[in-house]
Design a protein around this ligand. Structure first.
Ligand code: SF4
Length: 310
């Protein structure tokens, strides 16, 4: 039998040009993240002078990116605010408890690790095979509010990004029959804290790339053994497909969330349809949308007789 000669060519060294190109792209990514996070903070007045912001760190790419960008912005901000990073160790099996403390100590940011075995509570109360996330999230929320109180933090920052907001919006619409997303800023259920989402304008693909560039020590999010919500998975796939096949559609839908016209929806609590009156005054912002669509210009259709002006 002939011996097989296996010669593997040594990996080619990246050229100086490609190294420079990558550095430039990484720099652009960092600038973009700072700009978008700064813009969201400004648009929603998320952080003010004297705030103490508790940054919730799960060990996932989004919360690492949030902490990193907030620390950069704090250096540059004309206002003074404090940051405390907080991780809730839920005692999931194989949770690598030393990763976050080591990372945060090296970063030099004040931090607190809260140890609470919510994993056992959830396992005890939820029958095998049922979704555990809703109880788990409720327990986590309560603990984080208490920790914010104990640390004297008035703001709680979460790492949700644009794609989380879009997924929640479509989940609520498709499966809940509600036009409701995920707010960039809200008062916590206990009425005591302001919850903020400074990454609201950031695309998930940017946090993914940023995590790679920065080499964040990511902790896997499936340690609890829970399956990802199937409906959320479907919506995520739908949005990724749109992004590929219809560039701009997701962007437009996201911007639609900030451009709501209550008089052109159907919520009678949001707009007083019952009391509207024709007052004889022309409204230039009235029902003129899509007037340029082909269906409203029959003259443009082949075989039709142009309409004469009245
Ligand atoms: S995936 Fe696991 S840790 Fe995350 S919310 Fe669901 S049950 Fe909790």
């Amino acid at each position: 039998m002939n011996a097989v000669l296996n010669i593997t060519a040594p990996a080619a060294e990246p050229s100086q040009k490609s190294v420079e190109k990558t550095a430039l792209e990484n720099n652009k990514l960092h600038k973009r993240l700072c700009r978008l996070v700064g813009q969201a903070i400004g648009d929603f007045n998320m952080i003010e002078d004297g705030d103490k912001v508790m940054v919730c760190l799960s060990g996932g790419k989004d919360s690492y990116a949030l902490l990193d960008i907030l620390m950069t912005l704090r250096e540059r901000a004309p206002i003074d605010f404090e940051i405390v990073a907080v991780n809730l160790d839920q005692k999931q099996p194989n949770f690598p408890a030393d990763i976050l403390p080591a990372y945060l100590a090296k970063l030099g940011v004040p931090f607190h690790i809260e140890n609470q075995d919510t994993y056992s509570i959830v396992k005890r109360l939820i029958p095998e095979g049922k979704t555990t996330c809703s109880l788990c999230s409720r327990l986590r929320r309560g603990i984080l509010y208490r920790v914010a109180d104990e640390l004297g933090c008035n703001k709680i920052a979460l790492g949700h990004h644009r794609d989380d907001i879009m997924e929640t919006f479509f989940l609520n619409m498709f499966f809940g029959g509600k036009l409701k997303g995920m707010p960039a800023k809200l008062v916590s259920d206990d009425g005591k804290h302001m919850v903020i989402r400074p990454m609201a304008y950031v695309k998930e693909e940017d946090t993914e790339r940023y995590a790679q560039v920065k080499g964040f020590p990511i902790i896997p999010c499936d340690l609890c053994g829970s399956q990802e919500n199937l409906q959320r998975k479907q919506i995520k796939a739908m949005l990724r497909d749109w992004e590929k096949k219809h560039p701009g559609r997701v962007e437009n839908t996201f911007s639609a969330l900030s451009t709501v016209v209550p008089s052109h929806l159907m919520d009678r609590d949001l707009f007083g349809f019952a009391d509207i009156k024709a007052d004889g005054l022309a409204n230039p912002q009235g029902d003129i949308a899509f007037d340029e669509e082909p269906c409203s210009t029959p003259a443009a259709m082949p075989g039709t007789i142009p309409l004469q002006p009245l």
